[in-house]
Design a protein around this ligand. Structure first.
Ligand SMILES: O=C(CO)[C@@H](O)[C@H](O)[C@H](O)[C@H](O)COP(=O)(O)O
Ligand SMILES: [Zn+2]
Length: 197
């Protein structure tokens, strides 16, 4: 096995999917920046959820809003629903793993808040239940998916935002999700701070 050419292929593939995503996703990303900024300016918050690598993405994004991204600005309200092991294990143990995020949305979500729902397949049942709980709380949803969006496509409401990476490979989709999250952080900071460039 030629490891060097295998590694080169991974990089080439990642660059190709990122370039295709730039064309396809710039408009919905701009919409998500606007939606999240309006929510934050109205004293709303962002709740983020996902499984596996998407759980890590949820935490990464919440940390960049609560602490900082690249510019100095006041802390912003964001919570990853993936971090409290007592809450997660008790819901999974007493009820079902499918409810680990939706129960937290029911507890913490307020009208005007935004749910960031991350799933590379669009099919994770606990993320889908979180979206349904967000709708019941009059929250908007920003969905980060791939693989055509899966079942999440039909779960989303007309004024939700769907950012669907044009790839069928989980790793490539996750790599683009990280770029999207950094675009969201950068765009929110620019709108809040009035940065021109
Ligand atoms: O990071 C990876 C694979 O790259 C995995 O941990 C992956 O996130 C997990 O298998 C998730 O459970 C997949 O869920 P989803 O993205 O389909 O919602
Ligand atoms: Zn991964």
């Amino acid at each position: 096995m030629d490891l060097i050419s295998r590694i080169s292929r991974q990089f080439d593939d990642s660059v190709r999917v990122k370039q295709q995503s730039r064309e396809a996703l710039a408009a919905p990303i701009a919409g998500a920046i606007d939606t999240m900024t309006q929510a934050l300016l109205a004293n709303g918050k962002i709740l983020a959820c996902g499984n596996g690598g998407s759980a890590a993405d949820s935490q990464h994004f919440a940390a960049e809003l609560v602490n900082r991204f690249e510019m100095e600005r006041p802390p912003l309200a964001a919570i990853a629903l993936t971090t409290d092991s007592s809450t997660l294990t008790s819901i999974a143990n007493d009820y079902d793993y499918v409810q680990v995020f939706s129960k937290q949305v029911q507890a913490l979500g307020q009208p005007g808040d935004v749910l960031l729902a991350i799933s590379t397949s669009g099919n994770s049942p606990n993320v889908i239940e979180a979206i349904q709980a967000a709708h019941e709380r009059d929250m908007r949803v920003v969905a980060l998916t791939g693989k055509g969006g899966g079942k999440m496509t039909e779960t989303l409401a007309p004024d939700d935002i769907h950012i669907c990476v044009p790839s069928d490979r989980t790793a490539r989709i996750q790599e683009v999700h990280l770029v999207v999250l950094h675009c969201l952080c950068d765009g929110i900071d620019c709108l809040l701070l009035g940065v021109e460039e």
